[in-house]
Design a protein around this ligand. Structure first.
Ligand SMILES: NC(=O)c1ccc[n+]([C@@H]2O[C@H](COP(=O)([O-])OP(=O)(O)OC[C@H]3O[C@@H](n4cnc5c(N)ncnc54)[C@H](O)[C@@H]3O)[C@@H](O)[C@H]2O)c1
Ligand SMILES: O=C(O)[C@H](O)COP(=O)(O)O
Length: 525
């Protein structure tokens, strides 16, 4: 497996990947065709904010399994395109929170005390003491827009410096805000009450341009700090507001286009302090996010849960060992059901009975769908299976019942084409050996692997012998078989054969020509 790394990350992350036995290629600052070329044989891609991971990148990377973002913001990654291509996107949401919060505090002070401006003049030999009269934070109000991980950490730090906290975040509970001593208020109140306003939302269509001319006028005075994402604050409007004295100053770490162009209006306003996206740039933060991202790449390559996946069914790490064996079982049941169904697939139902019904089974259902779609040769995995179903108009139903009469846990996949349905149930013997125990009401004990033949026939003497003879005459060796019948002798029966060899179509036709045989399906697992 090969991992391409296109933005600099800490050596600890690269070492972790190499220790796991993967090839690591670093190609910092590649873009355009060079990026498409570099990613063409990669199985993993690690980026920070410097690489635009567009739909084109996914098209150019047929073997890509995961994109790891060594940091928080994923606005540079086309997650919808990733999902379409079945690629996991995972970030490292914890590792740089403290670094970002500390930088925000530093930027607030830098703006309020004009530290960079005074520093530059002193370095030029000028003692400009009387030009600077700053503002304290003690006793003032901090307005936080976006009270998530970084916003909360910033609120705590400024609160300990004597500030009152008001916050605007429509998605956070009153209780959490109370714990932080923050007053949740409406957006306009947050703007107008803040002496310092700090922004900590992601960049989304909803937050793009959230703070512009009108909002800066509502602030009326004070300082604005943006260490979240460029684009959330309109840069031209902010430059104009500071220049015109609508607000006292600003501190900006992030820009709509990075690296920032020399004619960006914020660079020419003296009371705007700027840094080149340094919020996460501490050695501790970089080590944290690099190792966390490498761990997620390793997990994805080993088919283990990727805990910070943003577009794949999530599963709790502690619950994973309990559901892991059912992932393969559900996929197998899905594959068998789909191969036994004739006609166009219209609906898939996955039913969980017994202990498994008490687990978080999102990933198991996605695996069942992957199995159902596998014979159709769509490029499907557990990441994109639910979306593929939606796009193709295939209804997916999931149901659970803790009560089970026969088995400790049973996973049943039913596929329907309108008139017809096919139901396949599987369980795990001794917690790990997969068995198919029901096919459309027939009770079985079939071991699912390799090539299988499923015959429906009238339960008459000699039928099984006939099937065995035809297969034997054509050099198809039977490795195992299980026969089941519905009710009494003479009715319909179903036999599942495990085979060592492929069955040519001519052999299937020979079997079907016998009027004791109703149907013959060949299954490949
Ligand atoms: N400058 C840096 O180097 C640096 C470092 C770390 C994080 N960041 C950025 O900081 C931002 C916040 O990161 P985080 O880890 O706290 O994210 P988070 O997801 O934990 O928090 C974001 C918060 O914003 C809120 N939010 C979303 N839309 C909103 C809206 N329209 N109005 C108000 N609130 C809204 C969410 O409810 C959430 O509570 C991200 O954009 C991230 O990329 C920058
Ligand atoms: O979203 C983030 O994690 C920060 O903005 C850091 O970005 P960077 O990894 O490009 O420094």
């Amino acid at each position: 497996m090969k991992v391409l790394v296109t933005d600099p990350i800490a050596d600890a992350g690269l070492d972790r990947l190499r220790e796991a036995g993967y090839e690591v290629e670093t190609a910092y600052d590649v873009e355009g065709d060079a990026l498409l070329e570099a990613v063409s044989d990669a199985n993993g891609l690690i980026v920070r904010s410097g690489t635009q991971v567009t739909a084109e990148v996914f098209e150019a990377a047929p073997d890509l399994v995961i994109v790891g973002r060594a940091g928080i913001g994923v606005d540079n990654i086309d997650i919808d395109a990733a999902t379409q291509h079945g690629v996991i996107v995972a970030n490292a949401p914890e590792g740089n929170v403290r670094a970002a919060a500390e930088h925000t505090v530093a930027m607030g002070f830098a703006a309020a005390r004009s530290i960079p401006q005074a520093h530059a003049r002193l370095k030029d030999g000028e003692w400009a003491k009387s030009d600077y009269l700053g503002n304290e934070v003690n006793g003032k109000t901090l307005g936080v827009v976006g009270l998530g991980r970084v916003g909360q950490e910033v609120a705590k730090k400024f609160s300990s410096l004597g500030m009152d906290i008001v916050a605007y975040d429509p998605y956070i509970g009153e209780e959490r805000a109370d714990q932080l001593g923050a007053e949740l208020v409406e957006f306009d109140a947050c703007l107008s009450r803040a002496d310092f306003l700090t922004v900590h939302t992601p960049l989304t269509p909803e937050t793009e341009g959230l703070i512009s001319t009108d909002e800066l006028e509502t602030m009326g005075s004070g300082y604005l700090v943006n260490c979240a994402r460029g684009g959330v604050v309109d840069e031209a409007a902010l430059a104009e507001a500071v220049d015109a004295g609508v607000i006292d100053g600003a501190a900006v770490d992030v820009f709509a286009d990075e690296p920032v162009s020399p004619d960006n209006p914020l660079l020419s306003v003296d009371d705007v302090v700027v840094t080149p996206h340094l919020g996460a740039s501490t050695s501790a933060a970089q080590e944290n996010v690099a190792v966390s991202t490498a761990d997620q790449i390793v997990a994805a390559f080993r088919d283990e849960p990727v805990i910070n996946a943003l577009n794949a069914p999530s599963v709790d790490e502690s619950a994973f060992p309990r559901i892991q064996p059912y992932i393969g079982l559900a996929e197998t049941a899905g594959k068998i059901a789909a191969q036994l169904l004739d006609g166009r697939l219209g609906e898939v139902e996955v039913t969980y009975t017994g202990d498994i019904a008490g687990e978080d089974i999102e990933l198991v259902t996605a695996s069942a769908l992957k199995g159902v779609f596998a014979p159709l040769e769509w490029q499907v995995n557990a990441v994109n299976a639910p979306q593929v179903a939606k796009e193709r108009g295939i209804e997916v139903v999931e149901s659970k019942s803790r009560q089970s009469d026969d088995f400790q846990s049973l996973v049943t996949v039913t596929v329907r084409n309108g008139d017809e349905e096919m139901t396949v149930s599987g369980t795990l013997f001794t917690g790990e050996d997969p068995r198919i125990v029901r096919i459309n009401g027939y009770r079985l004990d079939a071991i699912p692997y390799g090539q299988m033949l499923v015959a429906r026939n009238y339960d008459k003497p000699g039928v099984i012998g006939f099937i065995g003879t035809v297969l034997g005459e054509n050099d198809v060796n039977i490795a195992g078989m299980f026969n089941a019948r519905r009710a009494k002798a003479g009715g319909e029966a179903l036999t599942v054969y495990n085979l060592d060899d492929d069955v040519p179509e001519s052999v299937r036709e020979k079997l079907l020509a016998d009027d004791r045989i109703i149907d013959v399906d060949l299954i490949t697992l």
